[in-house]
Design a protein around this ligand. Structure first.
Ligand code: HEM
Length: 418
């Protein structure tokens, strides 16, 4: 139950701080399928600390705002090109994915691998990256029966371990080359890898290459599709609830105006936009079961005795649709978050010390993109039929069918084109 979950995190915060181990005793880096017997997992404690202090500190997140602005403006330009003065159909799923991956890879290594406007689009390096990441995500989303029936591990049931190890090696080769390339540059830039390489010079045992690779994988896995999926679900909800879209547009027009574009620093003026995102995360959390935790000692959660070393999986999706906790639980109502304290009931980013360290950045990035798209375009559904909200099993909770919508530029779009 949600109450028990909260209690467990407040009382026994430390208890759920371990990662599962795989057969050979190594810490499993990620999720049910373990992303291969990934050796980065062993460094997890260091990774988590470095993420908080060096990679996702508020200062560094703000320092990347120019990248987010540039990528969002490119997105507006792309959509404006595809539509004209009249409504035109656009496909949003891959558009959002390309943008979030470009955003992240620019922060990590200063590279853009996605979209027609990428200078690297057709080179082997970009193809290799796109293929490997797709393969890793596909495998990470597979439910591994051996996680629940441990004896199956002895047979590598369904060959998952082998596939994961192969793909992980491919990723490792790719990121090693990326680090080598950045290291050989005469001048350091401001990317995450460059920043960590500078720190490596003074503390080589702490900021090792393994740690840099682990961070790259963590950021790519945790920070890209989650934001892309949130944008996608938010849009589905807006298209199915035109009255909410109208209210969000009104907020933007009155708080920011019709003749200048929204800036990231102005997001605090748009509480309704934020509530749309919170309500989207409530009904469609990108990580519906969070990330599995393991009890490091015997504990009791909600009256259940959990022995030490047990895989604990939290059904965040279920808690966020629980009618005992939320009125009209399955309806999309951003207004519910106007009531003080409602947002505290959300678990979309997890809770406690293993909660998502990218929450601030994610909320910032998603709000900014959504705000700008509402400001720059008129939107409607492709047909009178409601958008189909079926979900698919992937690493994150994503839409089964790609999202298509009709969009028409508003005059303000010229500001982004210029
Ligand atoms: C809307 C977007 C996002 C959502 C909904 C989300 C949600 C989550 C959730 C539920 C967890 C697991 C928490 C738990 O098991 O208790 C998590 C972990 C994590 N997230 Fe996010 N996340 C998002 C965006 C990001 C971004 C943008 C980044 C980085 C730039 C990021 C980095 C991480 C990392 C590194 C972890 C692992 C933390 C650990 O295990 O200690 N996330 N996220």
């Amino acid at each position: 139950s949600p109450t028990a979950f909260q209690e467990c995190f407040t009382k026994n915060d430390v208890v759920l701080a371990n990662r599962p181990r795989n057969l050979s005793g190594k810490h499993i880096f990620y999720n049910y399928t373990t992303v291969g017997s990934c050796s980065y997992g062993e460094h997890w404690r260091n990774l988590r600390r470095i993420i908080a202090t060096d990679v996702l500190s508020s200062q560094r997140i703000l320092s990347f705002s120019e990248i987010r602005k540039d990528e969002t403006h490119r997105l507006v330009q792309k959509l404006a090109k595809e539509s004209s003065s009249e409504f035109a159909q656009v496909e949003l799923t891959s558009t959002f994915r390309d943008m979030t991956y470009n955003n992240m890879m620019r922060m990590i290594a200063g590279k853009r691998y996605y979209g027609d406007d990428s200078e690297l689009k057709d080179v082997d390096e970009a193809k290799e990256f796109r293929e490997t990441v797709t393969e890793l995500l596909k495998l990470a989303g597979v439910s591994n029966k051996a996680d629940y029936l441990p004896f199956l591990k002895w047979f590598d049931f369904e060959g998952l371990n082998k596939k994961l190890t192969t793909t992980h090696k491919r990723f490792d080769v790719f990121v090693s080359a990326l680090i080598k390339e950045q290291r050989s540059k005469k001048q350091r830039e401001d990317s995450m890898i460059d920043h960590l390489l500078i720190l490596q010079e003074s503390q080589p045992d702490y900021y090792t290459d393994q740690v840099i690779k682990g961070l790259t994988l963590a950021m790519l896995f945790a920070g890209t599709d989650s934001s892309g999926a949130t944008l996608e679900w938010a849009f589905c909800n807006l298209l199915n609830h035109p009255e909410v879209l109208k209210k969000a547009r009104y907020e933007l027009d009155t708080q920011i105006g019709r003749d200048r574009l929204l800036n990231e620093s102005e997001l605090s003026k748009l509480p309704y936009l934020k509530n749309i995102i919170l309500e989207t995360l409530r009904l469609y959390p990108p990580a519906p079961l969070l990330i599995p935790h393991v009890s490091s000692e015997d504990i009791t959660i909600g009256g259940f005795n959990i022995p030490s070393d047990t895989l604990v999986i939290v059904n965040g999706w279920g808690m966020q649709r629980d009618p005992k906790l939320w009125s009209d639980a399955t309806s999309f109502k951003p207004e519910r978050f106007e009531k003080e304290g409602e947002d505290k009931k959300l678990s979309a980013f997890g809770l406690g010390r293993r909660a998502c360290p990218g929450e601030f950045m994610a909320l910032h990035g998603v709000s900014f993109t959504l705000g700008l798209l509402i400001q720059c375009f008129d939107w409607k559904r492709v047909s009178a039929e409601e958008i189909d909200m079926q979900e698919q099993t992937w690493f994150n909770l994503t839409k089964l069918h790609p999202l298509k919508a009709m969009c028409k530029p508003r005059p303000i779009v010229n500001k982004a084109l210029n």
